[in-house]
Design a protein around this ligand. Sequence first.
Ligand SMILES: NC(=O)c1ccc[n+]([C@@H]2O[C@H](COP(=O)([O-])OP(=O)(O)OC[C@H]3O[C@@H](n4cnc5c(N)ncnc54)[C@H](OP(=O)(O)O)[C@@H]3O)[C@@H](O)[C@H]2O)c1
Length: 289
Amino acid sequence: MAVILITGARTGIGFHTAIACHAAGHTVYAGVRQKSHKLIPPELDKTCRLLELNICKASDIASALQTIRDEEGHLDVLINNAGINRLGAFEDMPEEDYRQVMETNFFGPWHMARAVLPMMRAQEYGQIIMISSLSALIGLPGDSAYAASKAALELASESLSSEVAPFGINVNILQPGAFATELMTKTEQYTQVNSDSPYAPLIEALRQNISPTKTPPTSERNDPNIVAEYITHLIETNDTSLRHLVGDQAIKVGHHIKSLNENDRPKLIRDVTDANWWFVGKAPSMTHK
Ligand SMILES: NC(=O)c1ccc[n+]([C@@H]2O[C@H](COP(=O)([O-])OP(=O)(O)OC[C@H]3O[C@@H](n4cnc5c(N)ncnc54)[C@H](OP(=O)(O)O)[C@@H]3O)[C@@H](O)[C@H]2O)c1
């Protein structure tokens, strides 16, 4: 049975994956940003070993790995799951928000992977699972920070996979479709829409589109347990293929995006954005500053 470290385990895909890995018999170290958070699920606390692990804090990373080294002497699997999203226009999304997305979705997993690699190289075994997104495949309007962070993560991970294969370390990239987690609620909550921005109507419309009132309830298709089960299977089989589209939607949309030629991509972007008025320059309150 494997010793597994997963980041961002308080909610969503991370939570379900931690529980599924524990149920499969693995030893799970579950990273949460704040151990004192009042909404840590009791089920997580009871089954996994909780670690305070903000992936943007070098001291948290060092102490989490020291704990695992002291208690287990080795780490078999790192699941780089923690992530955030913020909507905003390329031109004027606040730089601090843009950097926060890059710090969390790219540099966080980058720091985590660099921290575990010496241990994995020494033991000549390891698996690093990066949770990416379909957003890495296509740059939708308002999504440039998130798309860039996930695309950067994917290509860096692809380079990493061939660098570490000779040491017996396997890297997997997961591209989930849409799953019912807190991600959208938090994105809506933390996205800043500056009413003076020429892009305000677009960003506000996109923000409203992901509002929880418009989010479909958890169903068989968008249950995050699907991702959790996929990851558990990936660990058990030590599957060495690099990219994995996860869920019906990801498989359908992902293959479609990959099959498009450059001329067809703008049409898809318009169709999925659901804001055709923007593309034809007809936003009601557009000021063209
Ligand atoms: N849900 C989807 O449809 C979907 C689709 C494609 C990819 N993904 C990816 O799947 C991963 C998990 O997202 P989710 O959907 O499960 O959303 P979620 O429920 O919001 O989970 C994200 C987790 O990451 C944690 N986190 C954020 N910043 C962190 C930091 N600096 N250090 C440590 N933990 C941090 C959050 O902690 P707090 O709760 O403390 O904020 C939260 O527990 C993300 O990488 C996301 O990009 C999700």
